[in-house]
Design a protein around this ligand. Sequence first.
Ligand code: 1HN
Length: 345
Amino acid sequence: MLELARLEDLPADYRAALGTQNLVPLWPNLRGVLPPGQPRPKTLPTHWSYESLKPLLLAAGELTPIEKAERRVLVLANPGHGLENMQASAAMYLGMQLLLPGEWAPAHRHTPNAVRMIVEGTGAYTTVDGERCAMERGDLILTPTGLWHEHAHDGAEPVVWLDVLDLPLVYYLEASYHEDGPRQAVRPGAGERRYARGGLLPAPLFERGTRAYPMLRYPWREARAALEQLAAAEPGLDAVQIEYVNPENGAHVQNILGFYALMLRPGQTLSLPRRSPAAVFHLIEGSATVSVDAQQFKLAPADTCCAPGFSRVTLANASADQPAFIFIADEGPLHEKLGLIETRN
Ligand code: 1HN
């Protein structure tokens, strides 16, 4: 490949003259922004152990009252992006949030989209757009852009969940901001009952719903049953995987990030296609090894890891008799909308 001239090849006075007029020569920087063949992600394959971070999260519960934190979260930051930038990948933010009995995380809304994957504890609920969403292990709860949300806890033990947001992208676009609001009037959540049966949609007087976010809580009980039934119905199927979708139209549940659950059969090894979006893997149940290029992460329940775009990812379940259940978040919907989605062998 043609070697391009470096910045140092230019006379110092010329470089200084460019700077005074806010000008930059492209050629010394061209290969950096357009590397050959495939991107050079800053995102590093990274593993966060729940067992290791949990004591630090519980300590935060003693060190910082909820009133002083608003959201008590330890961010799972990718060192490749610089920890202070609070990014798991180019477009994904991850955090582990703790809510203690009796605490309340006040109502706000913001432009980034969030989802929560509940890790442990019972008795907490989040109110999204006025709908009460119980938080139980493995549930996925959406907090799409612009919807009011707050968290409350009537139970007796700490509740922890994984937050996944598209914050890095929305922040990069200079589109990130929030508003505070009063405590919401709460009505029981209805989405999960309204869309309780696959292929059967409410259509009162022949009209289908058109709400952008018709279903806010996806109970783990249902997702797990769907995976087990899929595995039983198709014994030869390698990728026992479901996507969390908008039940009215089958679209991705949110505009920017995609969300999936995958079951590894006992003893199964599954190689994923190499894809342009970065992905996050979070173990809900069982045990699994996630290989990302040359690195191997052994995931225990509630562990999380990430893989940059175009990496080779292999998922393995070493258990001879127990399935493993993995929650996956990726930047796929974003890449699709931008026309950047690629899959390679
Ligand atoms: C947020 O609103 C929550 O509502 C959690 O629980 C984490 C991280 C960045 C920006 C907003 C929440 C967040 C967040």
